[in-house]
Design a protein. Structure first.
Length: 242
């Protein structure tokens, strides 16, 4: 018993087993642990004061790819077209800039936003909304007219240089948005992008066109959680600490 106590004192591990677990545990808020993977990447890049851009932020905490960093004191910009979800973001994510707009290939004063019964599936794509309905579980509950902004305009207006981390989940328009992003001007170190189509009949498809686009722009797939792909800029990774 004395030996065990001495070892624990040397290691600084005083307290109950539960307190030890709490001390070393890291809790993920993302759907498949993406936030912890991204945090590990930033550890090796030597970055801690992360600035993020969350496109399709949805809920302020649940299934969020950025709340983990918010809980560590970081901040950024959250984009959420759903008026109700936007209100929750403003209330809970007080340090973040919250925008009740959508992101598209180009800026528009108004575009139809299809609010689905499962809010995580809401989309600006009529084709996707109707496809979701066709499975029988989902339905279009409302159609909102929401302004669209370009991703480049958001980065230029709200970031001094470029966000460190960009999360994109916009149900069917991810490729179109990334295709118009100005990679020459803005070089986020990390992207997390949904690269799997949503289906309810096991016919989902990996969106390889997004992966190829990111590779062409100087990024590589660091990790893939089946639902999402995490891309890291090659040049930034080549300078990681050892």
């Amino acid at each position: 018993m004395i030996l065990k106590q001495t070892v624990r004192q040397i290691l600084g591990l005083g307290g109950s087993k539960k307190s030890l677990v709490d001390q070393f545990a890291r809790k993920s808020f993302s759907q498949s642990g993406e936030d912890l993977i991204v945090d590990y990447i930033f550890h090796w890049l030597g970055l801690s004061a992360i600035k993020y851009l969350d496109v399709g932020a949805n809920h302020p905490i649940s299934l969020s790819n950025t709340f983990y960093f918010y809980s560590k004191g970081c901040s950024g910009v959250l984009i959420e077209p759903d008026p109700n979800l936007y209100s929750d973001l403003v209330r809970i994510r007080e340090r973040d800039v919250c925008l009740n707009v959508g992101v598209g290939a180009e800026s528009r004063l108004s575009a139809e936003y299809y609010e689905m019964s499962d809010k995580a599936l809401s989309t600006f794509s009529r084709f996707e909304a109707q496809r979701y309905e066709s499975y029988g579980r989902q339905r279009i509950e409302a159609v909102h007219n929401i302004p669209l902004v370009s991703l480049n305009d958001v980065v230029e207006k709200y970031f001094a240089a470029s966000p460190n981390y960009v999360s994109i989940d916009v149900e069917g328009l991810d490729y179109e948005i990334l295709r118009t992003f100005d990679f020459q001007r803005f070089r986020p170190e990390v992207f997390c992008v949904e690269t799997l189509t949503y289906t309810e009949d096991r016919s989902e498809r990996k969106l390889n066109e997004i992966i190829e686009l990111m590779q062409e722009q100087g990024y590589f797939v660091y990790s893939d959680t089946y639902l999402n792909s995490i891309f890291v800029e090659k040049q930034a990774w080549s300078k990681r600490r050892v």
